[in-house]
Design a protein around this ligand. Sequence first.
Ligand code: SIN
Ligand code: CO
Length: 381
Amino acid sequence: MKTNFTMLGGLSIEEFLRNYWQKKPLLIRQAFPQFNGLLDRLQLFDLACTEDVQSRLVTQRHGQWQMQDGPFKATKFDSLGKSKWTVLVQGVNEHLPTAAALLKNFSFIPHARLDDLMVSYAPKGGGVGAHFDSYDVFLLQGSGHRRWQISAQQDHTLVEGAPLRILQRFQSEQEWVLAPGDMLYLPPHYAHNGIAESDCMTYSIGFRSPSYQELAEQFLVYLQDRVCFDEMYADPDLRTQRHPSEISTHMLRQVEQIIRQIQWTKHDIANFLGGYLSEPKPHIFFDPPTKPLSCARFEQAIQTGGVAMALKTQILCHNDVVFINGMAHAVGKDAYRELRSFADARKLDSNMSLTRETLELLYLWYIDGYVVPIACKHIDK
Ligand code: SIN
Ligand code: CO
């Protein structure tokens, strides 16, 4: 892997992973030297007013916190007066090609861990209060300046009754003012508080860590569709029992034996994980082409211009299985190699010689709106 990665302040990826990732914060001055943001505040407000975009507005008035979920009316942000406020828009990478391109810089972390790019705007004094997140985050400063205060404190008591998670007793241990292009990495559960020093936009590249509880529950949901027992409970040798209200040991044993037959393999775990982690979030809808190209024209188009994943598409791969937006496709070795390159780079270049299996899958996915020939320029959908 590359060393002296500018965005990691001269650290190699290995050094960053060994010494900082999930361990301790890292401030990187000028991680992205020319960076001043990808959209302006009006474009962000537009997104916050859009139906299939997740957004929140946090306001602080006389020390009281309030939170509202979007989508908002277009005039909402003109009427916020003197309160300190922040608007936060999730999944900007699902809507803006430049945001998806920014995320590619973080591909040294597996795609299975990536959540999304959230962008916030706050006027001077705005912020979401001192809190901690349960995921890793890179806080990249766009336009304006933000003061970040951080603390390794173990006291995670939250303000009771507040509509968002605010730490009751935040004790800043270190603080910096971040300028455009500066970036702060924080591991999970590290307390932080960001206050806009001026009109300020911050880009949060967040990485998900599903809780074991969530994984276990979802795995049971996955298994539920795969257990198959033909027979029914039977007790031809039933005996009388003194207390009819008691569940007999005999019944218990029989059911226990059946339940113990529920088994799973590594293959089930991989299948579950690939499906679960590539599943689109509930608000996501795809845009299938209104006048789809024929299969032959599609193949011609990708030969000429290449093919890209739609911005909302997630592909994960494991052992000759390709998971796209929650669905699994078991493929041959060559198709697997081709589709894995596609998933790594989120695109395939023009003039690639691809197997028939890959071409057929790509066409199916094109019809569903999951992939787009680059020449069609619909990848911003
Ligand atoms: C923000 O952008 O205002 C908040 C980001 C965070 O604290 O995680
Ligand atoms: Co945070």
